[in-house]
Design a protein around this ligand. Structure first.
Ligand SMILES: *Cc1c(COP(=O)(O)O)cnc(C)c1O
Length: 413
């Protein structure tokens, strides 16, 4: 059990806390769920990209999935070998691809224009092609990326064009990739996507792997729905093995889970500044806002909130809000043990897409991050300071007409 009260005291709030053992447990359960010739798990580091977290994944034997050249650089700094990094960007420049190629990471192409560019300018470079299977999947519309109008991937209907380019330029297509979005509840979506990929895979003779992306749903509340990874792994492995047998080739199976790996391992701690009774509800105002945890406001995400300072207090109904100067609701009408000034609230599922989406909006410092392992806590990111807000700013003082010299209005006698 992590002693949140003590961590809040030691490191102050707001504070992100990650449970290393939970991350290890999730990685292990994912790994064990599949029974295939060769499985490689590439942690999607946009979920949580602290170097110490990346190192933890490296030590477990994971690869990385990176969506920007900066994530690639972080991964290499954390010690990942270039060949264990998949670079899966969307709409980036040719220059950025060139940089990634220079680093030697695995290149994933998601549009025809780039396929042509890479085939012509980097002849012989092994590529992976991201296919959009046009399956409606994923939770919130902002995280559903595989549907017909989605900007991601090359349409499965354009495979004749892909094949033509590949043949003409002799591109070794070593991988096929599909990622349909986040929070996919129905494992059938993966199976359907797999069948579609299998149906086009035989035209790529250099194929050595298929990457099925991610989208595994995690439990956000009691009774909430989630992907049963053991069950999924079993069904999926059978399909995958059957396909390998069919084409007479032992392909590597790759996945890129982000949320599944770190969501549950994260906790976000905040201090109660104000308890305010209005005519409509009781607000709990805490020392943070959507600048530090945007998911509720951005995705309508649900994060369980507990009052760890008063676990036996009477349960009451509260609306928990932040300190940002616009609507900033973390949870409406939540049943929480009686909340008093300076109590510490803990948000659950704060590992994925929480710190990594934090900003300095309202000129606030981004929180500190702490990693807990075997009862020991390690500071893995310092709380920002005023200097961080100033960093990179260049002060220019324009000569403006001062408005201060207005004549005082004469008083009438
Ligand atoms: C975001 C993303 C992932 C991770 O998705 P999760 O839902 O966090 O598991 C994997 N692959 C790609 C290409 C992504 O963009």
């Amino acid at each position: 059990m992590i002693n949140f009260q003590q961590l809040a005291q030691e490191y102050d709030t707001p504070l992100y806390v990650y449970d290393a053992e939970k991350i290890m447990e999730k990685y292990q359960s994912f790994y064990d769920a599949f029974d295939v010739h060769d499985l490689k798990i590439h942690y999607a580091c946009k979920a949580l990209s602290n170097l110490s977290i990346l190192k933890l994944f490296k030590n477990m034997g994971a690869g990385l999935d990176c969506v920007s050249i900066q994530e690639v650089r972080l991964g290499m700094k954390a010690g990942f070998a270039a060949e264990d990094i998949i670079y899966t960007p969307n709409n980036v420049s040719e220059q950025e691809f060139d940089k990634a190629i220079e680093y030697g990471v695995k290149i994933n192409v998601d549009n025809i224009q780039m396929l042509e560019y890479l085939g012509i300018n980097h002849p012989g470079l092994p590529l992976c092609v991201r296919i959009n299977p046009h399956l409606m999947a994923g939770g919130h519309s902002k995280i559903s990326v595989g549907h017909i109008d989605s900007k991601f991937g090359i349409s499965i209907h354009q495979m004749p064009l892909v094949n033509r380019i590949v043949r003409r330029l002799n591109i070794p297509v070593v991988g096929l990739h599909v990622h349909s979005g986040s929070d996919i509840l129905d494992p059938d979506v993966f199976i359907k996507a797999a069948d579609l990929i299998f149906s086009v895979a035989d035209s790529f003779e250099d194929l050595t792997y298929i990457d099925f992306g991610s989208g595994f749903k995690v439990k956000y509340k009691e009774g909430g729905l989630y992907t049963n990874i053991e069950q999924f792994g079993k069904i999926f492995s059978e399909r995958f093995n059957a396909f390998c047998k069919e084409i007479g080739k032992d392909l590597t199976l790759r996945f890129e889970p982000g949320k599944y790996m770190v969501s549950e391992a994260g906790y976000f701690l905040a201090n109660v500044n104000v308890v305010k009774q209005t005519t409509a509800c009781t607000f709990v105002g805490i020392d943070t806002g959507f600048n530090h945890l945007i998911r509720p406001m951005f995705y309508d995400a649900h994060h369980e909130i507990e009052n760890i300072s008063n676990p036996n207090g009477d349960q009451k109904i509260y609306t928990v809000v932040g300190y940002i100067c616009e609507t900033d609701t973390f949870g409406a009408d939540r049943i929480i043990n009686e909340v008093r000034k300076n109590d510490i609230l803990v948000f659950r599922n704060a590992g994925a897409y929480c710190f990594s989406m934090a900003s300095n909006y309202n000129s606030r410092y981004r929180p500190a991050e702490v990693l807990v392992y075997k009862g020991q806590d390690y500071l893995i990111r310092e709380r920002e300071t005023f200097e961080d807000l100033l960093k990179g700013q260049v002060e220019v003082e324009l000569e403006a007409i001062s408005q201060r010299s207005k004549k005082p209005i004469k008083s009438v006698h």
